[in-house]
Design a protein around this ligand. Structure first.
Ligand SMILES: *Cc1c(COP(=O)(O)O)cnc(C)c1O
Length: 381
C-alpha cells in the first residue's frame, strides 16, 4: 500500500537542529505514545517494559504508556516543584525500564541535564514532554532522545489539535519501525476549521476572563483520563505551525506581574514554584503558587472563585488518586507530590487577564494572608 510522503519542510522550526527530525501527529498524546514505542524498540527488554513518570502529572501520560503495552512507574517529586526527584528515579529504574518522561509543567522545564545523565548510564530514553513548555529545551544540547509537543486547545501553540514528535537523527531505524503502518490524516484546515479557530480566538480575546474560566473546555488542566487509541500521523502545513508559533510569542506574558504583585505573600508561607533559569516568556498557561497548607489552599480557592477569579488546582490530585487510574500502579504513596498537589493553586494567565485583575487577585489574597495587612482596609465592594 503506498504511503503518502511527509510534506517538505518549507521553514525551519525553532526546535530544529541538525540533531533532530520532526513528525506531526494527531495529538500530543499520540506523539508521546510513539516516543515510548521508540524507547521500547531501543531497549528490547524481555518482560513488560516500564516507563517512569512523575506521580503528579497529566493523565495523558499514563494513556500514552498503556497504549504501547508498557507499565507506568510513578516517581515522587522534589519539594515545592513538579520536577522528578532524581534519587528516586535512580531507585525506580529496573532492568525492564525503557524510558523516563521529563515533563515541563506550566512553562517550567524539567532538569534535563540531571535526568539525561541517569538515562545514559542505564541506556534508556529521556523523553521531554514539552506540551506545556514551549520552546522545548531538550534540543539545545541534544539532551533528550525524543521531544513531544502538543498543539491542542489551551497549549502554548494552539492549533486546535495536533502534536509533534521530535526525535534524534540517529534513531531513524527505530522511527521507521514505529511509524510504519501508522496512517496519515490530512488536517483539514479548510473553511470550517478556519471559522472554528477564528471563533475560538475571538472568544478568548473578547470574553471577560472570569467567563472564559467558567467554560471548562477552554482551559487546560482538567484533562480526564482517556485511552490513547488509533494513533495517526498528521500533515501539518508549515505555515499553520509557523502562525501558531508567532501567536505564542505575541501573546503577552503576565507571570512577572503576578510575581511582583504576590511577592509579599512569601513572608506568610506562600511559595512560587522553583523556576531557576526559566525564560519568563515561556510561562503563559497559568501562574502557579503553593499555599502554606492544603487548608489555606482550599480556602483561597473558594474565596477567589467566589470573587469570579477562576483559580484551579490543575489536575486535582496525584495520578493514583484520579478517576480511571485504579489498579494501575504498584505504589500510591508519594508524599512530596501529594503535598505539592494539595497546596497548588493556579491563577489565570490568558490574554484577557489585565493588570487590574492581577491586582484584584493580589488584594484578595493579601487581605486574607498577609500578616501586616490591615484587615478590612481597601476591601473590594
Ligand atoms: C496536554 C498534554 C499532553 C497531551 O497533549 P494532547 O495534544 O492534548 O494529546 C501531554 N502532556 C502534557 C504535559 C500535557 O499538558
Amino acid at each position: 500500500m503506498p504511503r503518502p510522503q511527509p510534506t517538505e519542510k518549507t521553514f525551519r522550526y525553532p526546535w530544529a537542529t541538525n540533531d533532530y527530525r520532526t513528525e506531526f501527529l494527531e495529538s500530543g498524546t499520540h506523539a508521546l505514545s510513539l516516543a515510548i514505542a521508540m524507547a521500547i524498540e531501543n531497549k528490547q527488554v524481555s518482560s513488560v517494559p516500564e516507563v517512569i513518570l512523575p506521580a503528579y502529572g497529566c493523565p495523558d501520560l499514563v494513556a500514552a504508556v498503556l497504549a504501547q503495552g508498557a507499565k507506568p512507574v510513578l516517581v515522587d517529586l522534589l519539594p515545592d516543584t513538579a520536577q522528578l526527584d532524581d534519587a528516586q528515579v535512580r531507585h525506580a529504574i529496573s532492568p525492564a525500564c525503557v524510558a523516563v518522561i521529563a515533563v515541563g509543567f506550566l512553562g517550567i522545564p524539567e532538569r534535563l541535564d540531571v535526568l539525561s545523565e541517569i538515562c545514559r548510564q542505564h541506556d534508556i530514553f529521556l523523553i521531554e514532554d514539552a506540551a506545556q513548555c514551549f520552546p522545548p529545551s531538550g534540543s539545545n544540547a541534544a539532551l533528550a532522545d525524543a521531544i513531544v509537543l502538543s498543539f491542542g486547545r489551551g497549549k502554548p501553540i494552539n492549533l486546535m489539535g495536533g502534536g509533534a514528535l521530535i526525535y534524534r537523527n540517529d534513531l531513524q531505524q527505530h522511527a521507521k519501525k514505529v511509524f510504519d503502518g501508522v496512517p496519515f490524516v490530512h488536517r483539514s484546515v479548510g473553511f470550517v476549521w478556519k471559522i472554528k479557530r477564528l471563533l475560538f480566538n475571538w472568544m478568548m480575546g473578547r470574553t471577560p476572563y472570569w467567563f472564559v474560566e467558567k467554560v471548562p473546555f477552554l482551559h487546560i488542566g482538567e484533562t480526564r483520563f482517556q485511552e490513547c487509541r488509533g494513533i495517526r500521523r498528521a500533515v501539518m502545513p508549515a505555515g499553520l505551525v509557523a502562525a501558531g508559533i508567532r501567536e505564542f510569542y505575541w501573546r503577552p506574558c503576565v507571570s512577572e506581574e503576578y510575581r511582583k504583585a504576590l511577592s509579599d505573600l512569601r513572608g506568610s508561607g506562600w511559595r512560587f514554584l522553583k523556576s531557576d533559569g526559566m525564560d519568563p516568556r515561556r510561562s503563559k498557561l497559568r501562574f502557579a503558587v503553593l499555599a502554606p497548607s492544603s487548608a489555606v489552599r482550599e480556602e483561597a480557592e473558594l474565596v477567589l472563585n467566589r470573587a469570579g477569579v477562576g483559580v484551579s488546582n490543575f489536575y486535582g490530585g496525584i495520578l493514583p488518586e484520579l478517576d480511571g487510574m485504579e489498579g494501575l500502579f504498584d505504589h500510591k504513596n508519594f508524599p512530596v507530590a501529594k503535598d505539592f498537589s494539595s497546596r497548588l493553586l493556579t491563577l489565570p494567565c490568558h490574554e484577557d487577564v489585565r493588570q487590574s485583575d492581577i491586582h484584584k487577585i493580589a488584594r484578595i489574597m493579601k487581605e486574607l494572608y498577609l500578616v501586616e495587612w490591615p484587615r478590612g482596609a481597601d476591601r473590594a465592594s
